[in-house]
Design a protein around this ligand. Structure first.
Ligand code: AMP
Ligand code: ZN
Length: 468
């Protein structure tokens, strides 16, 4: 199996440090709002990689941090006049609800920054003792010139970075690239005692301290969105390797951006859809299939229309699964086995996934199987139990076990799935009515949905549905 490693900029054979164990850390959310469908791409692709490693027989310890103290959380708390911890708790709960709906498997550990203050301080102390960190009246910074390899992940030299990067200018720093390890407390902000006075940890140091605590000083895989290569992951390497003198991470994986209208979907640009809202009208399977159809490292454009098209592909999988289940019920043990070799499909699926998690290719193998089996079924012959079982097991292990795109037939009559689709039909019909200037009908649809607590919000980018 090969993985493209951002650090070496090439595909490398995957050799875990301590097989069959694999340690994997993925940077998680800052819990100050519902996460958007761009964040969801990183969470889902991380989940698929983890599921495939498990499929291959590895014993994966999967860690995802929750940034529960940060400027954005404090800002929101001040706006609402509530403690920062209340904001963090509210959106942590929402995060867990939403990833569960997305069929993202739970991590083994979700370390929170506020519960690792001691480990964070210990790491900063170590850096200070080594002369790599310096304290300026209670603000502690990392001295990047003391770490020779600074820039090795992003592939940039310090002087290029100094002139090019959008870095915070701060008179207290020796070098503009130096970054905060410990922030001095400002009035009305959450704070902790420390050897440098009251304050709170910087963002980068949190991930170094928590990943090493839960996975060891050197571990196998560290992943996150492309935006994290610099400065976040560059700084994590500087902190961890600066402190331990050991290699921090073997394989660095970065997920491409989910874009909307040619721009990275982000909170700050305002061009985002929350995953929570998207899940009201689309299935988790369609969202996961939509992500999986593009390689994890490439950019991907989002639109509601593209997602709706993917929903059709999910229906195809569902109908196929139903056919297989029905045939299985009628089949008997002695029935014939057609000319068909299931091993070929496993091989092709693994070949695709072994090549840097090529999910588009792996998905194509699933659809090849559906096409080939449908051809066999069209002969109207009935086959033995083993044939249908082989097909079903393949789908369970690959389409569901790894990709998470197999719809649950038991839930078919589930109201949520159906009502989401009906809602989307009404939204589409209303749009047509508006285009034909039939505002009376458009308003009636909106008002009647409002009676059911569905609020339609129109914008130039389309209609969003919010459940009150
Ligand atoms: P944040 O809560 O902003 O720290 O982001 C959580 C995760 O989502 C990080 O791994 C980010 O790199 C990732 N992320 C943020 N925006 C996008 C996007 N538009 N496409 C893909 N991943 C993203
Ligand atoms: Zn991180």
């Amino acid at each position: 199996m090969v993985i493209y490693n951002t650090l070496t900029k090439k595909k490398e054979e995957f050799k875990p440090l301590n097989p069959p164990h694999v340690g994997m850390y993925v940077c998680g959310p800052t819990v100050y709002d519902y996460f958007h469908i761009g964040n969801a791409r990183s969470f889902v692709m991380g989940d698929i990689i983890r599921r495939y490693l498990i499929y291959k027989g590895y014993d994966v310890k999967y860690v995802m941090n929750l940034t529960d103290i940060d400027d954005k959380i404090i800002k929101k708390a001040n706006e609402e006049g509530v403690p920062a911890s209340e904001i963090a708790e509210r959106y942590t709960k929402a995060f867990f609800e939403d990833i569960e709906k997305l069929k993202v498997k739970k991590a083994d550990v979700y370390p929170k920054a506020t519960e690792h203050i001691q480990e964070i301080q210990d790491l900063i102390k170590k850096l200070e003792e080594k002369g790599i960190a310096y304290d300026v009246n209670g603000e502690v910074f990392y001295d990047v010139l003391k770490f020779d390899e600074y820039g090795k992940l992003s592939g940039k030299k310090i002087d290029e970075l100094e002139s090019g990067a959008r870095i915070e200018i701060n008179d207290l720093k020796k070098n503009p690239l130096d970054f905060s390890l410990w922030k001095k407390a400002k009035p009305d902000e959450p704070k902790w005692e420390s050897p440098w006075g009251e304050g709170r940890p910087g963002w980068h140091v949190e991930c170094s301290a928590m990943s090493m605590k839960h996975l060891g000083e050197t571990f196998d895989i560290h992943a996150g969105g492309h935006d994290l290569i610099f400065p976040h992951h560059e700084n994590e390497i500087a902190q961890s390797e600066g402190a331990t003198g050991k290699e921090f991470v073997k394989y660095w994986i970065h997920f491409g951006f989910l874009n909307f209208k040619n721009e990275k979907m982000s909170k700050s640009l305002g061009n985002f859809f929350t995953t929570r809202d998207i899940l009201k009208t689309h299935s988790a399977e369609a969202i996961r299939l939509f992500f999986g159809q593009t390689h994890y490292a490439s950019p991907l454009s989002f639109s509601d229309e593209l997602l709706s098209n993917t929903e059709k592909a999910v229906s195809k999988i569902k109908n196929f699964l139903k056919t297989i289940e029905e045939n299985l019920q009628k089949a008997n043990e002695e029935g014939e086995y057609p000319e068909f070799d299931i091993r070929k499909y496993y091989q092709k699926f693994e070949q695709a996934m072994d090549d840097d998690f090529n999910t588009p290719q792996a998905i194509a193998v699933v659809f090849d199987l559906i096409r080939d089996v449908n051809k066999i079924l069209s002969s109207q012959k009935s086959f033995g139990v083993k044939f249908y079982n082989d097909v079903k097991t393949f789908l369970d292990k690959t389409a569901e076990g790894v990709l998470g795109i197999l719809p649950d037939l038991k839930q078919e009559k589930g109201s949520e799935d159906l009502s989401g689709k009906l809602l989307q039909i009404l939204v589409d019909v209303r749009l047509k009515a508006k285009q034909k200037k039939d505002f009376e009908l458009a308003d009636e649809i909106r008002d009647r949905l409002k009676e059911l607590d569905f609020i339609l919000l129109d914008s130039k980018d389309g209609t969003k549905v919010r459940k009150e």
